[in-house]
Write a new protein. Structure first.
Length: 338
């Protein structure tokens, strides 16, 4: 298969976070066939029951190409036109998987070794696969992580701080609100206060941003609400502690807060001769904890199309990505002693 056919094959396999086994088995079989005639090895790296990463190595890996197998819902089947491949995961990140595999095939045909492919589960939720991989390093000195950056090397990426907020109240007939205690009012007061918080900015990463992603609660329009809840995401560009303290102050007497995710912002590596960018999304890179080497971040496709019903990747971007990944592996292998 060429890179377009492989991308479509991967998009056709539904792999919403938590249900990655089918695509993991597919990639294991594909890479085992490649490794069997090129002197490589392939393994399933356990993460959780019925969930595993797929690692393929040729020699002792000094450079690792890595991205994630999982997608956000819903699954969207693939389709193709003259310019794009469409479907869930086309750019985030199944087209990237295909480009990395095709780059690996060409590197092997040119006699290159000492590199690896690592495809992980769980990036879209909690980086479970990358955290498991961090406990099972193989000595790699460089990690080329794939996310949609329009084939530009990202110099940095924002972090994330995610909370669940829950308010409790007392039900009453809405004609007699003094007999109740509205959880929705408490939640709205908290949300209004955090929306007014001044958020930090960074010269490289830009401003922090806050998104109230979900709100739910109440029983009926004629009942004072006894419960309400919301989910909040802050895109971090600096130390999260001041934001944590401000959220706790706003929550006091109103809501209970549970921190469910914190991913720090990161500065990343560059290489001469590559166009650069800065991205606002988070990646698996912090979860790898340096266990797979100094990180780079680059991949085909536009992040603005990921997670949408219009997700797609340009065929020209896929072809360019194959060449970019080959070039980076060659540069980095030359940088390190044999």
């Amino acid at each position: 298969m060429d890179v377009f056919e492989l991308t479509r094959e991967l998009v056709e396999i539904a792999s919403v976070t938590g249900r990655e086994k089918q695509i993991g088995d597919y990639l294991f079989d594909l890479l085992e066939a490649l490794a069997s005639h090129s002197g490589g090895s392939v393994e399933r790296m356990p993460v959780e029951p019925a969930r595993f990463n797929v690692l393929a190595c040729w020699g002792r890996p000094r450079v690792t190409l890595s991205t994630h197998m999982d997608t956000v819902p819903p699954h969207i089947p693939s389709r193709e036109d003259d310019e794009f491949i469409w479907g869930r995961g086309a750019c985030d990140a199944k087209g990237i998987i295909a480009a990395m595999i095709k780059a690996a095939e060409q590197l092997l045909a040119e006699g290159r070794r000492d590199f690896a492919l690592l495809f992980v589960v769980g990036e879209e939720r909690n980086s479970a696969g990358a955290l498991a991989a961090a406990r099972a390093g193989r000595g790699s000195r460089w990690l080329i992580n794939g996310e949609p950056t329009e084939n530009k090397l990202a110099l940095g990426s924002k972090g994330a701080l995610r909370y669940e907020a829950e308010a409790q109240g007392r039900m009453a007939h809405s004609a007699y609100p003094e007999l109740g205690d509205s959880a929705i009012d408490k939640l709205l007061d908290f949300l209004e206060q955090i929306r007014r918080l001044p958020l930090p900015s960074d010269p490289l990463l830009g401003p922090s941003t806050l998104n109230i992603g979900t709100i739910a609660g109440g029983r009926a329009p004629n009942v004072i609400a006894d419960e309400a809840r919301a989910e909040i995401m802050v895109r971090l560009v600096s130390d999260p502690e001041p934001i944590r303290r401000a959220f706790q102050r706003a929550a006091t007497g109103r809501v209970s807060l549970r921190e469910v995710l914190m991913v720090p912002p990161v500065r990343l590596n560059a290489l001469d001769g590559f166009e650069t960018t800065v991205v606002s999304f988070t990646t698996d890179i912090p979860a790898f904890q340096g266990a797979w080497g100094a990180p780079f971040l680059i991949g085909p496709g536009a992040i603005h199309l990921a997670h949408t019903l219009e997700e797609r990747v340009a065929k020209s971007d896929l072809l360019q990505a194959v060449e970019i990944y080959k070039k980076m592996v060659n540069i980095l292998l030359e940088r390190e002693p044999v």
